[in-house]
Design a protein. Structure first.
Length: 252
């Protein structure tokens, strides 16, 4: 008897930091797959531009300006969504920043700031959204980590600690939430062309490119495709995993 795959259903999906870069590509992809979309971002201008662009394409979208460094943000966001649409069913913890520097020069403030958005922000959003998912016996949480979480990176102690923490968080939440059919997975992108990487010096970019077997930088859409798959009925039996999207940069 073949395993019964549930039909694709339109869900309420929230993408943090969804106004630009990888988050924007994820929003566009989830909208294309028929989900109702909530995007959060700290950048009001970018949020408005992305909302207008998706609305013009016929997407049902709810933008919420938020700072994921603020521990009160998840409650305010979830309440807004619940009042208008209902509980969040798909959560993509994508918002992230870098504050690079070598250990001896890295301030406590820069260390804590990166952790507060990239890791604590994801923990708090997951905690708030898990309630509704557990009740519904269905949910998807996807954390955007990074390949550097698995290999380390000089000059990014704060960022790597946060991204490695996300992988541990993913595994623990996967175990906790599995009995309620909520899956929790992480994606570890390599070098993706966005505003975050555009600011890197040319020689750093050239060095990265030479380490990518597939010979090109990734596009935000390469990451969005994996998010879409993890939200699809076909991925119902995958949880606690970290999927690398890096053109073969890290093979281990
Ligand atoms: P980006 O800088 O292009 O976009 C990040 C978005 O998050 C922006 O719209 C920004 O306004 C928003 N954001 C930043 N701080 C926020 C806050 N406190 N509250 C709410 N929104 C906030 O960056 P990119 O490249 O799209 O990165 C997305 C995620 O992917 C991040 O978590 C990043 O660490 C991760 N990643 C990126 C890689 C790359 O090569 N670009 C590689 C591996 C991981």
């Amino acid at each position: 008897m073949p395993v019964k795959i549930e039909p694709t259903v339109s869900r309420i999906a929230l993408v943090t930091g969804g106004a630009r870069g990888i988050g924007a590509a994820i929003s566009e992809r989830l909208a294309r797959d028929g989900h109702r979309l909530v995007i959060t971002d700290i950048d009001q201008g970018a949020l408005e531009r992305q909302t207008d662009s998706l609305r013009n394409a016929g997407v049902t979208i709810l933008p919420v300006q938020a700072d994921h460094a603020d521990p009160d943000a998840p409650e305010a966001i979830a309440k807004t969504v619940e009042e208008q649409w209902g509980p969040i069913e798909i959560l993509v913890n994508n918002a992230g920043i870098t504050r690079d520097g070598l250990l001896v020069r890295m301030s406590l403030e820069d260390f804590q700031k990166v952790l507060s958005i990239n890791l604590t922000g994801a923990f708090l959003m997951s905690k708030r959204c898990a309630r509704g998912m557990m009740k519904a016996h269905w949910g998807r949480i996807i954390n955007i980590s990074s390949v550097v979480a698995q290999i380390g990176n000089a000059g990014q102690a704060n960022y790597v600690a946060a991204k490695a923490g996300l992988i541990g968080l993913t595994k623990s939440l996967a175990l906790e939430l599995a009995p309620r059919q909520v899956t929790v997975n992480a994606i570890a992108p390599g070098f993706i062309e966005t505003g975050m990487t555009a600011v890197l010096p040319e020689e750093v970019k050239t060095n990265y490119q030479s380490r990518i077997p597939l010979g090109r930088f990734g596009a935000p859409e390469d990451v969005a495709a994996i998010v879409a798959f993890l939200c699809s009925p076909e991925a119902a039996y995958i949880t606690g995993q970290t999927i690398r999207v890096d053109g073969g940069m890290v093979l281990a």
